[in-house]
Design a protein around this ligand. Structure first.
Ligand SMILES: [Zn+2]
Ligand SMILES: [Zn+2]
Length: 246
């Protein structure tokens, strides 16, 4: 077992709201600089730039998992993270078809760019990704779990796009692997809204800018940097009751 520093919530140039410096290459270089062992690129409703980041990271000590930040019909953000690109990509195709046919306006939202290993533009994504896929929270979580993903409810202490801001609570029977918070100090205030107190808390950067990569991390004790091991480590954390000092 080894301690792995994980930042599993990083946006790239494919997210209209992220800086255009967030190319796969820059992300991998800066993840390594920040001493991260595992990262996931989690663009809004899309997985494509993760492919290039994974290729680039083969030469480095950082493991790259394939993620997306899915926005459900209820406007709830979920981190969905896979071990391999094929499965991530087939999950993505299902989600992409469920996104409304609304074109991105780059002058208003920003560009959505697929960038290769050498910082070349591969293509601009035309469909607006900052939108809700027409899938319910429940169906999204169960589909992702069935396909072998790690499913983490994003920034549950945020006033927007979080399970608590949208639903008012975290349902008991949802098989979430973890709940992400921006500030550990918020955990005691969130507990009354969480029906299943066993779900562990994690924190990641939600980086949209280079300097934010690795700003918040979760350290996990794993044998290998993969989804199964991460899920196991999170399960073991479930037994720990969060204290006031986080
Ligand atoms: Zn989000
Ligand atoms: Zn995010």
């Amino acid at each position: 077992m080894k301690i792995f520093k994980c930042d599993l919530h990083i946006h790239s140039t494919l997210s209209p709201c992220a800086s255009l410096e967030m190319s796969p290459k820059n992300i991998v270089i800066n993840a390594q600089k920040a001493g991260l062992d595992i990262i996931a690129i989690t663009d809004h409703n899309m997985v494509e730039n993760g492919f290039y980041a994974h290729e680039l990271a083969k030469e480095t000590g950082t493991a790259v998992l394939f993620g997306m930040e899915l926005q459900t019909r209820e406007e709830i953000h979920l981190l969905i993270i896979f071990d391999n690109y094929e499965t991530a990509s087939s999950f993505h195709r299902r989600i992409y078809d469920l996104l409304p046919e609304v074109e991105n306006d780059p002058s208003y939202f920003g560009d959505q760019v697929v960038v290769d290993c050498d910082d070349n533009i591969v293509r601009f994504e035309k469909k607006l990704l900052l939108n809700s896929a027409q899938i319910s929270l429940n169906d999204a979580v169960f589909l992702a779990k069935q396909m072998g993903a790690l499913v983490i409810s994003s920034h549950i202490d945020s006033p927007n796009f979080s399970i608590i801001s949208q639903l008012g609570y975290v349902p008991e029977d949802l098989p979430l692997d973890a709940l992400e918070v921006r500030k550990k100090e918020n955990i005691p205030h969130l507990l009354p809204f969480i029906m299943n107190k066993g779900i562990p808390f994690v924190t990641f950067s939600d980086a949209h800018y280079i300097d934010d990569i690795g700003k918040r991390i979760t350290a996990l004790s794993l044998n290998e940097p993969n989804v199964e091991e991460i899920a196991k480590a999170l399960k073991a954390m479930e037994k720990m009751v969060p204290s006031n000092d986080g």
